[in-house]
Design a protein around this ligand. Structure first.
Ligand code: SAJ
Length: 428
């Protein structure tokens, strides 16, 4: 069993630190945020993830996990800090990675291994991190091991996927790769694939998420085409997927989260070859207008219609609202003005918008409860496939609403029962 220092105790660093501790390694978890460190020491997690609290408690109680106030020397240094995205320039901000590189350098000893897990533009490990680590006077590959090992876990299923997913390890040389493999082998049941170039591993991670983004864009484009032809995209996609080599994903209100809408741009850092990829991003972003256009069309006869937007988490059964399609659509609706110019010269807001989400408790968002959101609503717009929405009862909803329009962008509802109750149910 080895000593490990994990830098950054967020969505990936925290479960990884707890996992390593629960497999018997001596783990120091460090996060720059003092409040997060205090919370974690008390066994509280600062984000929701099924099973994570119990997993953290197990690690803390075993004494194999210490939440430390500083970076400590360790055989393995694992970097799991965020790489924020600059919307304007479409570039990755590597500030946190560089800061960690600088703090590791003085602690680095011969024979240690540095592992970068954060998602980064191709070339970051070798061109940005390595020089900072070599400020220690040690040489990557010769004196210490250096690899990139991207995480691929799905939020909502992180603990299982940390163990079960295959891993790709790209190192500056074979010795580096083998050193990292020894650590991951201790808890990964999936296959561990090796490549002797960290840039390949960085590139692979990006093209995995980009592949999903581009494929979702294809499904979204099909939804737009299907509406033009007056046919049900879901039915068409289901039938198309009968073909043994066709697997079309699901259309939706757009793509959210901190990975799919961002990682494709990282590929373009030192390349201009983002044609299809950039168009796919645009198609996915435009789904917000596609959804608001449906409401505009259906509610054009209603004065200041009240719309209940259900779901501002970026996907079902998670609490994360980063790049949330539901929020983007709610804001777009709230900013829409009536087409007619009001007598005082200004335009009135076209919609009254209520937002609701049983998984999200963000004080900066004006969230209401389900009853309040639906009372007297002219339309209900479902933007996240939470289990709670699948279980909505048409009879109860019908009693609350004043209108009968449901726009179900995530295919949550059993449409037949709702139509029998008198609802107009539209999908995308
Ligand atoms: N979505 C659709 N249609 C679909 C599938 C997803 O519209 O058919 C939407 C979701 O509603 C959501 C968004 O895409 O808004 C992203 O959700 P997701 O479940 O596809 O992915 P993430 O962002 O939660 O996690 C992804 C995963 N990558 C891949 O599946 C290739 C995960 O394995 C990565 O570890 C994670 O990114 C990451 O950290 O990079």
């Amino acid at each position: 069993m080895s000593s490990v220092c994990v830098h950054g105790l967020g969505y990936i660093g925290l479960p990884t630190a707890a996992m390593l501790a629960n497999y018997g390694h001596e783990v120091a978890g460090y996060d720059v945020d003092e409040a997060v460190r205090a919370e974690l020491r008390n066994g509280e997690t600062h984000f929701d993830e099924p099973g994570l609290r119990a997993f953290l408690t197990q690690a803390l109680e075993s004494d194999h996990l210490q939440i430390t106030d500083e970076v400590v020397p360790a055989k393995y240094q694992i970097i799991c800090v965020p790489t924020p995205f600059d919307e304007e320039s479409k570039t990755a901000d590597l500030t946190y990675i560089k800061a960690v590189g600088r703090t590791i350098a003085p602690e680095l000893r011969e024979g240690d291994t540095v592992i970068l897990e954060s998602t980064v533009p191709p070339g970051t490990t070798v061109n940005e991190l390595q020089p900072l680590l070599e400020e220690s006077g040690l040489t990557a590959g010769d004196d210490f091991a250096l690899v990139h090992c991207p995480e691929t876990v799905l939020p909502g299923n992180i603990i299982t996927e940390l163990r079960e997913n295959n891993r790709i390890i790209g190192g500056v040389n074979g010795v580096s790769v083998e050193s990292a493999v020894r650590l991951y082998e201790s808890f990964v049941d999936g296959e561990i694939r090796r490549t002797s170039d960290p840039t390949v591993a960085e590139f692979v991670k990006l093209i995995q998420n980009t592949s999903r983004d581009v494929n979702i864009a294809f499904a979204n484009e099909i939804a737009r085409l299907a509406r033009d032809y007056g046919i049900d995209s879901r039915e068409a996609i289901e039938l198309a997927n009968e073909h043994p080599r066709v697997n079309i994903l699901k259309p939706g209100p757009g793509v959210g989260g901190h990975c799919l809408p961002i990682d494709p741009w990282f590929l373009g850092t030192d390349s201009d070859e983002l044609n299809l990829i950039e168009t796919a991003r645009q198609v996915n972003n435009e789904m917000a207008s596609f959804v608001t256009d449906i409401l505009d069309e259906e509610l054009q006869e209603t004065t200041e219609p009240k719309v209940a937007v259900l779901g501002v988490a970026y996907k079902g059964n998670v609490s994360d609202t980063r790049m949330s399609p539901g929020l983007r659509i709610a804001r777009k609706l709230a900013e829409t003005e009536t087409k007619a110019v009001a007598t005082d010269g200004g335009n009135e807001p076209a919609y009254e918008v209520m937002i609701q989400d049983p998984h999200v408790s963000d004080p900066t968002l004006d969230l209401t409860d389900l009853d309040e959101a639906m009372t007297d609503a002219d339309a209900v717009l479902i933007t996240t496939d939470h289990d709670e929405y699948e279980q909505l009862d048409p009879g109860t909803v019908s009693e609350r609403m004043s209108g009968n329009l449901i726009v179900d962008t995530k295919d949550c509802l059993e449409t037949k029962g709702w139509r029998q109750e008198g609802f107009t149910v539209l999908g995308i």
